[in-house]
Design a protein around this ligand. Structure first.
Ligand code: UD1
Length: 359
């Protein structure tokens, strides 16, 4: 059925023509983007990807096709180039909504090269918003982050928690991006946006056809854990055990990437069906559970039977102590909640790492 859809885009079904709604996913070969493309296709959407492949690989399209049977339309270019952007929208005139993932995301690098981050993350958003106005596209889902809350005073974090001064230029690009969208919406009655504020996305598709593909030494915890377990890295460093937490290590809310991807489909449907209550809405996407670095290590060792070589080192600059989401607003308004267990999620990350090692 899916293959038939890609060939014809329109089919006759019980005497009715079904036209699949077309969604643009920027950054669609990236980690969260690729999992979202799969969930969109599984829900009957026709997906086009724009990615400049600066932090992902073209082979991801094959992984997507293995899961869904559909290879998405793909265009490779840098979204900060407004002319290319407009050429794209002149070519594809039937896009109903956009999910904007494309952005740089390495916190440490953003401190070293702030202009690289401001230029890429903000100009790409502005190109898109201008194009949306020119080509009358009304619906945007924006990839935001819990980093905008900094170290919140109250836990779990609700959407009402104040946005705090950003610790990194990366985090600042997410704050400024939300402001740019908010201001643009004020002047354009047609535009609607849902910003999704992710906590810590981890894991891979259960098929192990797609997953996280860190280029170089991973910054994030889970790829470092799996690369240590498989022998690519010698030792995992645990950044600090003197935090004010039960075991002294920092606490985060680790959310399965497929669960997260499904929330994007719901957000798109909410916009397309005009079920949004405000022109600009934002939701926390997490599990609601805080998990420490040592708990991650223990769970990983338990589910895989592998002993991890790790040592405790000093805190990492810029890390906060603890954060986890209050998910009740997303549960109530989106009818969404994280379903997969931490064990299942860590196993999926491990399965993916093993698959990568076979290549
Ligand atoms: C960071 C960003 C987040 C961003 C995400 C994606 C902040 C505050 N957070 O999340 O916005 O979306 O990266 O890139 O800017 N850890 C170790 N050893 C390691 C790696 C990590 O102990 O080798 C610890 C960290 O100190 C932290 C936890 O593991 O306590 C999670 O770290 P990480 O996966 O890097 O995510 P965040 O820093 O929470």
């Amino acid at each position: 059925m899916n293959i038939v859809f890609t060939i014809f885009d329109k089919i006759l079904f019980k005497n009715k023509t079904i036209v699949k709604k077309r969604i643009l996913v920027t950054g669609g070969t990236g980690y969260i983007g690729s999992h979202t493309v799969v969930e969109l296709q599984n829900s009957g959407f026709d997906v086009i990807i724009i990615d400049d492949l600066s932090n992902s690989k073209i082979e991801v399209l094959n992984g997507i096709e293995k899961i869904t049977g559909i290879k998405p339309v793909f265009e490779q270019f840098d979204l900060t180039d407004i002319d290319k952007c407009k050429r794209f929208f002149n070519k594809y005139t039937d896009i109903e909504a956009i999910i904007h993932f494309a952005a740089y995301k390495a916190v440490g690098e953003s401190v070293e090269k702030p202009l690289k981050y401001y230029r890429n993350n903000l100009l790409s958003l502005m190109s898109l918003l201008e194009s949306m106005q020119t080509f009358s596209i009304r619906n945007l889902v924006f990839s935001s982050s819990c980093t905008i809350y900094g170290q919140p005073e109250k836990l779990p974090v609700t959407e009402d928690a104040p946005v705090q001064e950003a610790i990194s230029p990366y985090g600042n690009t997410k704050q400024i991006a939300e402001e740019i969208i908010r201001d643009t919406i004020k002047t354009d009655k047609n535009l609607k946006t849902i910003a999704l504020r992710y906590f810590n996305p981890i894991g891979a598709h259960p098929s192990a056809h797609i997953g996280e593909l860190p280029i170089g030494i991973p910054n994030n915890l889970i790829p470092f854990v799996t690369q240590t377990a498989i022998g690519i890295r010698e030792q995992l460093r645990v950044f600090g055990n003197d935090y004010n937490t039960p075991d002294g290590t920092a606490i985060r809310d680790y959310i399965n990437v497929v669960d997260l991807a499904k929330a994007h489909v719901i957000a798109i449907e909410r916009l397309l069906n005009n079920n949004n209550k405000k022109a600009f809405e934002y939701f926390n996407l997490g599990t609601g559970q805080g998990v420490s670095v040592l708990e991650i290590i223990n769970s990983f060792e338990k589910v895989t039977g592998i002993k991890l070589n790790y040592k405790i080192v000093d805190r990492r600059a810029g890390d906060i102590e603890k954060v986890w989401a209050d998910t009740s607003f997303a549960n109530k308004e989106l009818g969404w909640q994280a379903e997969k267990s931490l064990d299942e999620t860590l196993l999926s990350a491990w399965k993916w790492e093993k698959r990568l090692s076979e290549e």
